[in-house]
Design a protein around this ligand. Structure first.
Ligand SMILES: Cc1cc2nc3c(=O)[nH]c(=O)nc-3n(C[C@H](O)[C@H](O)[C@H](O)COP(=O)(O)OP(=O)(O)OC[C@H]3O[C@@H](n4cnc5c(N)ncnc54)[C@H](O)[C@@H]3O)c2cc1C
Length: 343
């Protein structure tokens, strides 16, 4: 297995912060994963493509970067069963499925990152979440030193959430994700931006539109280092929403099935006067207020400080606590997302 010491991580995270790890492992198979000893796995951070990861300090923890590759397809009467190894690129995988006539994932095109990380925060966009298409997940468990299969129900998918982000965080590696793509495809094109497609709407047309919209809206990390949406959209009770709505009648809101209401974090950041605001080489993107840009390639501490400032401004205006979607990784631990600004 490839192992490196004193390894720089700046090109392995999309916020482009500089950080160094003492040791990094690149296991290419389950056998190689099983060769990493418990004293190492106990303190390791699992790194995919680093597009949702903030290294908060100059020193990063020991890193395991799973490098398993491969895609397999089989079919039953109603479904395509597609299995992909964790180190496959998510967008390339969506392209592969769509080009091979296996549809469903097209709304999730151009989300950066690896296949293995996709279930962790149940990636989503344009009204779809990856959990909608997952049949099961294969997991290498560090304690048991063996593979375990998780059904979709076991994965406990929620909004940007899953069991892998909660109970199982740091306890193993997703080696393969198994997708169930129905042979009868139904367009979900009512989502904002997709509703003006000319019928008949095809998966290819949805994918092309999603790519076009994302390219127009979201900054490319290689040019403007960022980690996509920095904060989650807050979900509040109906009572809190009504109080906010009295004060801010134009506030965007999305009713949830359980009676709660999802608010738009980007809108709140904009209303707090921070769209385009920069401080100390870090800033809020000029067109997309939910994205924090590391303009001057600053260190992780500066990004943490800036995100804390954004949280404070939104708290002062709306009395709402923004929770980072991005994972905050220090040398020895992961910061609690709810209080991620506190160190
Ligand atoms: C420009 C931009 C746009 C984005 N748009 C979206 C969007 O529309 N929707 C959305 O949901 N997200 C979006 N994101 C966030 C990001 O793309 C996703 O979170 C993606 O799944 C991260 O993949 P990664 O491989 O880079 O994960 P990393 O940042 O490397 O890791 C993320 C988490 O997954 C864990 N992990 C990674 N691989 C494994 C594995 N094999 N086994 C177990 N745990 C693992 C890590 O430990 C960490 O906790 C965007 C990011 C950027 C930069």
């Amino acid at each position: 297995m490839k192992i490196r010491t004193n390894f720089p991580l700046q090109t392995l995270n999309s916020l482009n912060v500089s950080a160094v790890t003492d040791e990094i492992y690149f296991p290419c198979s389950v056998k190689e994963l099983s060769e990493i000893t418990r004293d190492k796995t106990n303190k390791a951070y699992i790194l995919g493509e680093g597009t949702n990861t903030l290294f908060c300090q100059a020193n990063a923890p020991l890193i395991i970067k799973p490098s398993l590759k491969g895609i397999e397809v089989s079919e039953s009467e109603e479904y395509f069963h597609v299995s992909a190894a964790c180190a496959e690129s998510w967008h390339d995988f969506v392209l592969f499925c769509t080009n091979e006539g296996m549809y469903g994932l097209e709304s999730l095109a151009l989300i950066p990152g690896s296949v293995g990380a996709a279930p962790v925060q149940n990636i989503g966009a344009y009204g779809k979440e990856v959990g909608d298409f997952i049949e099961r997940v294969t997991w290498f468990d560090f304690t048991q030193q063996k593979l375990v299969e998780f059904t979709k129900a076991d994965c406990q998918f929620g909004y940007r959430n899953s069991v892998f982000k909660q109970l199982l965080n740091g306890k193993g590696v997703i080696t393969h994700v198994h997708f169930l793509l129905p042979k009868v495809w139904q367009a979900v094109d009512s989502y904002q931006g997709l509703s003006d497609l000319t019928p008949p709407v095809t998966p290819q047309a949805i994918m092309a539109k999603v790519i076009q919209l994302r390219q127009a809206k979201l900054p490319t990390p290689k040019v403007l280092p960022n980690a996509g949406s920095f904060f989650k959209n807050p979900i509040v009770s109906q009572a809190i929403f009504q109080l906010l709505q009295q004060q801010y009648p134009t506030m965007p809101s999305y009713q949830q099935g359980n009676g709660e209401v999802k608010l738009a974090a980007g809108w709140m950041i904009e209303q707090a006067g921070l769209k385009g605001f920069r401080q100390n080489g870090v800033g809020v993107h000029e067109h997309q207020a939910l994205v924090i840009i590391n303009y001057d390639r600053k260190g992780g501490e500066d990004i943490v400080a800036f995100s804390r400032f954004v949280q404070e401004q939104v708290m002062n205006k709306f009395n709402i606590a923004l929770v980072p979607e991005v994972r905050f990784i220090t040398q020895h631990t992961e910061l609690d997302n709810v209080n991620a600004g506190e160190q």
